[in-house]
Design a protein around this ligand. Structure first.
Ligand code: ADP
Ligand code: ZN
Length: 520
C-alpha cells in the first residue's frame, strides 16, 4: 500500500488537496506497518491519520477515545461521508452492544470508536478479541502516562489488553500534549520504537499567547468581550462556582454565554455544548470538563479567568482556539490567589507523594510562565523540550514598555535569599526585605539579618512580584513541593558577583533602598 492511495482517499473521501504537516509521515509509517506515536498540535488533523489507513486496511480499525459525548457526532459525520463507522460506549445498553459486536464480527464496519472504560471489562476485551482488528488508534494517548496531566487508569489497561488481542494489531498513539517524559512513557507502554515518533512540534503559528496581570478579572473580560463582540470563545475557570458566577455576569450584560461543568445535568450540558458548537451562544464559560476533542473550528479566543494546574493543561485548553488556522488569542489571567487555589487542589488530592511533588513542580512552571518576560510561545515549547525562536506575536514579544536596569534590586533580593540560607520561601523573603514585623520574623530572629528592611517602604506584593520575575528569569529557583524554598541559581550568583546586569520591563519603578543600608 502506498502513499498515492492515501492521497487519493484524502481527496476523494475528505475533499482535501494536501496533507497537513505530519499527516503524510504518520500515514506513511502506519501503512508500512509500524507502531507509531504522533504528536501534533490541537487542530493539526490527527483524526485523518487513522481514518485514512482505516479505509485502506482490510481489517477493522478501533479508535480508543475518551470523548464519549462526541462519539456519536463523530460517527454520524463519518457515516455521512459514506464511511462505515460505529461506536460502543456507556450510552448503549447491553443488547445494543451485542448487536453491534455481531455486526462488527461480520465485518460490517471500517471503524469502531470505544471509550477507554470499556477496556476495564473482561467481557468486552474477550469480545474485542473476536474482531479482525488491524489497527488500534489511541487518541489522547497522554492519558496512559502517570506523568501526564490527565492520567486515566483505564488507559493503562490498554497495554495489557493489546498484548492479549489475537490479531496483534498495530498501534497508532496520538496526542497534542506530551513532554519528553510522557512521550517516552507512551512509547514504552505501547511498544513504539523511538524512531517511530512523528513530532510536528507544538508551535501554533496562529495562536497569540498573552498573560494578563494585575487587572480586575471581571473588568478585563467584559472589556475584551465588548471589543470582540459576536466572536466565539471559551472562558475557563477552575471551579463550578466561578463558572456560574462568570456566566451570570456575562448574561447580565446581554452577552450570549452558557455554562459547562460536570455538575450540570447531562442534558443541560449537552444542550449548552450544542448551542456553542452551532453558534447559538458565543461564549462558553467552563471548567476543564469542557473541550477535550471539541471540533469547533472558529473559536477565536480562549481566556483562562483562573490559572490551570499545569502548562500541559493550559496549552491544550488554549489550543482550542483557532483550529481553522485563523489568527486567535489565548489569554491567561494570572492572579497569585488562583495559584493558591491550585495548590489547595493538590494538597487535597489523593495523589501519592511522588505525584504530589510532581504536581507542585508543574504548578511552579505555570507561575514561571506567567512571570517570564521572554517569549511565551518559546517558554511553552521549551517546556515540551523544543527549541525555538521568539514568536514575535505574544504579549511579551510585543511588549513596548521600556526595560529598566534592576540589577541593584536583584542583588538585594538574592543576597537576602543567601542570608536566609535557602530555608524560606517567597513570603518570608519578601517580609524580611520589606522589614515586616510579625511572629514568624521574631521567632526566627530575622530582623537581625543585614538584609532586613532593605526594601522598606515597598509593598510586600511588589517585592513578591519581583521575586516571581527573578524566579521566572532563572536567577532564583523554587525548590521543594508543598512549601517551596528559594535558592539562588548559578546565574543568580553571576548577578551577585556583578558579572551580569538584570533588566525588566516594568510599569512602575522598583524603588531601591538607600545605599548606606546596602548589605552587599
Ligand atoms: P486534531 O484531532 O489534531 O485536533 P482534527 O483531526 O479534528 O484535529 O482536525 C482539525 C480540523 O482540520 C478538522 O476540521 C479537519 O477536517 C481539518 N483537516 C484535517 N486534515 C486536513 C487537511 N489535510 N487539509 C485541510 N483540512 C484538514
Ligand atoms: Zn513571543
Amino acid at each position: 500500500m502506498d502513499l498515492a492511495a492515501a492521497q487519493q482517499v484524502l481527496k476523494t473521501t475528505f475533499g482535501y488537496d494536501e496533507f497537513r504537516p505530519g499527516q503524510r509521515a504518520v500515514i506513511e509509517q502506519v501503512l508500512a506497518g509500524e507502531n507509531t506515536l504522533a504528536i501534533m498540535p490541537t487542530g493539526g488533523g490527527k483524526s485523518l491519520c487513522y481514518q485514512i489507513p482505516a479505509l485502506l486496511f482490510r481489517g477493522l480499525t478501533v479508535v480508543v477515545s475518551p470523548l464519549i459525548s462526541l462519539m456519536k457526532d463523530q460517527v454520524d459525520a463519518l457515516n455521512d461521508n459514506g464511511i462505515a463507522a460505529t461506536f460502543i460506549n456507556s450510552a448503549l445498553d447491553q443488547q445494543e452492544i451485542n448487536q453491534r459486536l455481531q455486526e462488527l464480527r461480520a465485518g460490517d464496519y471500517t471503524l469502531l470508536y470505544v471509550a477507554p472504560e470499556r477496556l476495564d471489562s473482561d467481557y468486552f476485551l474477550r469480545a474485542l478479541g473476536q474482531l479482525p482488528i488491524e489497527l488500534l488508534a489511541i487518541d489522547e494517548a497522554h492519558c496512559i502516562s502517570q506523568w501526564g496531566h490527565d492520567f486515566r487508569p483505564s488507559y493503562l489497561a490498554l497495554s495489557t489488553a493489546i498484548e492479549q488481542l489475537p490479531t496483534h494489531p498495530q498501534v497508532l498513539a496520538l496526542t497534542a500534549t506530551a513532554t519528553e517524559q510522557v512521550a517516552t512513557d507512551i512509547r514504552q507502554l505501547l511498544n513504539i520504537a523511538a524512531d517511530n515518533e512523528v513530532n510536528t512540534g507544538f508551535a501554533r503559528d496562529n495562536l497569540n499567547l498573552a498573560v494578563v496581570k494585575d487587572q480586575d478579572t471581571d473588568r478585563y473580560i467584559l472589556d475584551y468581550l465588548k471589543a470582540n463582540q459576536g466572536e466565539a470563545g471559551i472562558i475557563y475557570a477552575s471551579t463550578r462556582k466561578e463558572v456560574m458566577r462568570l456566566t451570570a455576569l456575562l448574561q447580565k450584560r446581554a452577552i450570549k454565554a452558557a455554562p459547562y461543568h460536570a455538575g450540570l445535568d447531562p442534558d443541560v450540558r449537552r444542550q449548552n455544548q450544542e448551542d456553542f458548537l452551532y453558534d447559538r451562544v458565543d461564549v462558553m464559560v467552563a471548567t476543564n470538563a469542557f473541550g477535550m476533542g471539541i471540533d469547533k473550528s472558529n473559536v477565536r479566543f480562549v481566556i483562562h479567568a483562573q490559572v490551570p494546574g499545569t502548562l500541559e493543561a493550559y496549552y491544550q485548553e488554549a489550543g482550542r482556539a483557532g483550529r481553522d488556522g485563523l489568527s486567535s488569542e489565548a489569554i491567561l489571567i494570572f492572579r497569585p490567589a488562583d495559584i493558591q487555589l491550585q495548590h489547595y487542589f493538590i494538597d487535597e488530592s489523593e495523589m501519592d507523594d511522588e505525584h504530589r511533588h510532581q504536581a507542585y513542580k508543574k504548578l511552579q512552571a505555570v507561575t514561571r510562565y506567567a512571570n517570564t518576560q521572554g517569549c511565551l510561545q518559546q517558554f511553552i515549547l521549551k517546556y515540551f523540550g523544543e527549541d525555538s525562536e521568539p514568536c514575535g506575536r505574544c504579549s511579551n514579544c510585543t511588549d513596548q514598555r521600556e526595560e529598566k536596569d534592576i540589577t541593584t534590586a536583584t542583588q538585594q533580593v538574592l543576597s537576602c535569599v543567601v542570608r536566609l540560607h535557602s530555608r524560606f520561601g517567597k513570603g518570608v523573603v519578601a517580609q524580611v526585605l520589606t522589614g515586616a514585623n510579625n511572629q514568624r520574623i521574631r521567632d526566627n530572629h530575622l530582623s537581625e539579618l543585614s538584609t532586613y528592611g532593605l526594601m522598606a517602604g515597598q509593598r510586600q506584593k511588589t517585592v513578591s512580584d519581583l521575586i516571581d520575575f527573578l524566579t521566572a528569569a532563572g536567577y532564583l529557583q523554587s525548590v521543594g513541593g508543598q512549601f517551596p524554598t528559594l535558592t539562588v541559581t548559578a546565574s543568580g550568583v553571576g548577578v551577585l558577583k556583578g558579572e551580569t546586569q538584570v533588566y525588566r520591563k516594568t510599569a512602575q519603578t522598583v524603588k531601591q533602598a538607600a545605599p548606606e543600608n546596602s548589605a552587599l
